[in-house]
Design a protein around this ligand. Structure first.
Ligand code: CDP
Ligand code: MG
Length: 736
């Protein structure tokens, strides 16, 4: 019966040619993968805090012998989380037995670097310890996360542990969404939000402790924060007599804690002048790693086959599948559900849960709840589940070996931009992913790539500051009176990338020709938006169309797409979409959708609204999020004295003019041969097939972004008169 079920899968999955028969073949041979040593994950006793200074070379953390392994296994049986109260769960975390030693070190040191296995309790426990031990004093504890979904779900967990509701003692603040009050003492924030807070509170004076979590990810915002915290601490912790009775005497001191799941701690420590490094040893049971025998061209299909092989062959235990992004997660979700229904009646059920950055908070809690008995939980996640979020119950990991990475694409013209690329992961990620299978007992990791591919992976990722656009950061730093060139960074940004950011900000009018911040630049920085979109909002004041621009930009800023890429009912979807189409292109089309949606939303309930979206082939989730974003942007408008109610009615010209101010570097003119050439760059671009202007020949276009596939495609396109480009003030000035 099992084999038959598998055969059914391979037939119905609509993947022809079947180049990846390894799963089926292996079914007979029972050795699907190349087995490798499990030494890497054969770790260690729990609960001891080991200490090291940055100078000493700390040995391998995995050096524990067989004795330690036995101990770890024993502790597994004594710690069954489902049966224990939250208080007991807390006490059983590996970090708990090191609590006193840890607090002693933090009390004595201004900066501490804390390293520990994922799941040992760093992120949830350390802030609570700081509060309980009084180290945080009267100030708030900020805990930064690179991702929004981690910040909100951690706040929910810690609020539960403290037996309070989110937004009171424990809160969070992420872009376009927050829950905190004056009582909040532990605040989970995205690194980006804390950088934004610098604009209003340059010394972060309301925080007594800042914990930079997941520091190993080295996001651009984390690096900005690490650099700024160094200067802030110098100011706040200066001996009070150093500046006489000046204002320094009144400043409350700041503690900095850098937390990381990987061992690459020396760099953080030496950046903070040899800060103390502390280790908390987590529980890690042996994980058996298998590699694919041949490389897989379709990792979603391979993941599905591997999942059902586990499901039909292996004992109970949940499965965690790592995929690069939301689209792959959604298509695998569909495929697994489809084939789970065809399993023989007597087989175990499958409960699929999803985890990715754009997941609404209400759906997050599902992944933490244990599967009902007789069900196997299958979690489809992005690299968020590598270290940011620990999901209990995982025994099997399937690793596609892929992730999405933001990367800056430089252009000769200097008009570079970031794009999300699906890439191979690093060795460090591969290890973290496999490690997720060994949290509660020995586990298994199936890598959908060959051992050679693993060996060819780079050890760890390059920090974002070396590979992303710096435009938005440069603008924020300018507002703080700082400069990218001068700030003390762990890794210095590239000169070329800085030059490109300067050029963009100049073209947007945020900097003048002496690289000085303008009033306009400061106004733009108050919006939690990329500078080009912020520019369009500010321009809308001049053109009298703020209401329209906010409608459009809210959708563009949403984390999911408005239109589904439907493969099934393509005709019907196109038909439904035609109603919203505006002759000028995609931006006004988006506006038409938002207007229609707002009407339905005002007239009918939530259910009807969702129904309507389904009938129109629109993504309800995108629109719900967009409405939240719009509300936030309206608040910012009120603060900056921009009247968001001002509307231009049905006239598209003011809207397009405002957009051109922001998208001036994203403009292209029609060439005699019918192609479009960038106005400020050398590339020839095509209009994306998904655009309402596809195949149209218009004199000039602006676009939201470029997609690199077989061609360079412009996505989110509107037709504009060429003269609009000439109206951009900076360009005007030049020609005068
Ligand atoms: O930060 P670190 O990886 O060291 O661990 P943590 O995030 O503090 O997680 C400690 C424990 O809390 C883990 O065993 C998680 O499973 C649990 N936890 C949870 O049950 N629900 C959450 N939303 C977050 C954590
Ligand atoms: Mg953590």
């Amino acid at each position: 019966a099992k084999i038959a079920a598998l055969k059914g899968i391979s037939q119905h999955a609509r993947f022809n040619g079947n180049p990846h028969a390894h799963v089926k073949k292996s079914h007979k041979r029972a050795r699907p993968y190349v087995e490798v040593s499990d030494d890497e994950f054969d770790v260690k006793k729990s609960g001891k805090l080991k200490e090291s200074s940055s100078k000493s070379s700390h040995g391998s953390p995995n050096a524990a012998g067989p004795k330690a392994r036995k101990k770890a296994r024993l502790s597994l049986t004594s710690a069954s989380p489902s049966k224990t109260s939250i208080e007991e769960q807390r006490k059983q975390l590996p970090i708990a037995s090191g609590k006193d030693a840890l607090m002693k070190q933090i009390r004595e040191n201004d900066v501490t670097v804390l390293i520990g296995e994922t799941g040992s309790g760093k992120t949830t426990q350390v802030p609570q310890y700081l509060l309980e031990s009084g180290i945080a004093g009267k100030g708030t504890i900020a805990v930064t996360q690179p991702r929004r979904v981690a910040a909100t779900s951690l706040a929910a967990r810690v609020a539960t542990e403290q037996n309070v509701s989110v937004g009171s003692l424990v809160g969070y603040s992420v872009r376009f969404n927050e829950a905190y009050s004056d009582d909040t003492r532990i605040k989970y924030v995205t690194d980006g939000m804390l950088v934004r807070e610098l604009l209003g509170d340059p010394l972060l004076s309301r925080y007594s402790v800042v914990i930079v979590d997941e520091a190993h990810e080295r996001t651009l915002r984390t690096d900005l924060l690490i650099a700024n915290l160094k200067t802030i601490q110098k100011k706040r912790n200066a001996p009070s007599d150093a500046k006489g009775k000046g204002s320094a005497a009144k400043l409350n001191p700041l503690k900095i804690i850098i937390m990381s799941a990987t061992l690459d701690a020396d760099k953080f420590s030496s950046f903070y002048n040899g800060a103390k490094i502390l280790y908390v040893q987590g529980r890690q049971h042996p994980v058996m790693i298998y590699h694919a025998a041949v490389s897989q061209s379709d990792y979603v299909d391979a993941a599905m086959r591997t999942f059902f092989q586990i499901h039909t062959d292996r004992p109970p235990g949940d499965v965690l599948i790592f995929l690069p992004g939301q689209e792959d997660i959604e298509s695998l979700d569909k495929a697994i559900k489809l084939y789970a229904n065809r399993l023989p009646k007597d087989s175990m059920g499958v409960l699929v849960c999803l985890m990715y950055a754009a997941l609404p908070p209400a759906q997050q809690s599902k992944i933490f709840a244990p599967a009902p008995s007789g069900m196997r939980k299958c979690i489809l996640a992005t690299n968020i589940a590598e270290t940011s979020i620990t999901i209990p119950g995982i025994k099997y990991v399937i690793d596609t070996g892929k992730c999405k990475e933001k990367r800056y694409v430089a252009r000769d013209s200097g008009a570079g931009f970031d794009t999300l690329l699906t890439r191979d992961i690093t060795k460090s990620s591969a290890m973290q992913r496999a490690g997720r299978a060994g949290r509660e007992g020995s586990g298994f990791c199936f890598r959908l790539y060959t051992e050679d591919a693993y060996n060819a992976m780079p050890t760890s990722a390059e920090p974002e500051i070396r590979r992303c656009t710096l435009t938005s950061s440069l603008l924020q730093l300018k507002c703080l009176g700082q400069d990218l060139e001068e700030l003390d960074f762990m890794d210095k940004p590239d000169q070329e990338t800085i030059a490109s950011a300067l050029k963009t900000l100049y073209l947007l009018g945020a900097l003048d020709n002496k690289k000085t911040l303008t009033k306009l630049g400061r106004e733009m920085a108050s919006f939690p938006l990329e500078p080009n979109l912020a520019r369009a909002v500010v321009a809308s004041k001049e053109f009298g169309c703020t209401s329209e621009i906010l409608d459009i930009i809210s959708v563009l800023s949403s984390s999911s797409k408005l239109f589904f890429d439907t493969t099934d009912e393509r005709e019907a979807a196109a038909e439904a979409r035609r109603k919203f189409r505006h002759r000028s292109g995609d931006h006004m089309t988006v506006l038409n959708v938002v207007r229609a949606y707002a009407e339905v939303a005002a007239a009918e309930g939530k259910g009807a609204r969702r129904d309507w979206c389904r009938r129109q082939y629109l993504n309800d989730r995108c629109l719900v999020e967009a409405m939240d974003i719009r509300a936030q942007l309206r608040t910012v408008c009120e603060r900056t004295q921009i009247d968001w109610r001002v509307s231009c009615g049905d006239d598209e010209q003011p809207v397009l003019r405002s957009l051109v101010r922001g998208l001036v570097q994203h403009a292209a003119f029609l060439q005699p041969d019918g192609s479009y050439k960038q106005v400020m760059g050398p590339s020839v671009v095509k209009i994306h097939p998904g655009s309402s202007l596809c195949d149209k020949k218009v004199p000039a276009i602006i676009y939201d972004e470029l997609i690199y596939t077989s061609h360079i495609y412009a996505r989110g396109v509107s037709a504009i008169p060429r003269s609009y480009i000439g109206e951009v003030p900076v360009l005007n000035r030049k020609s005068n």
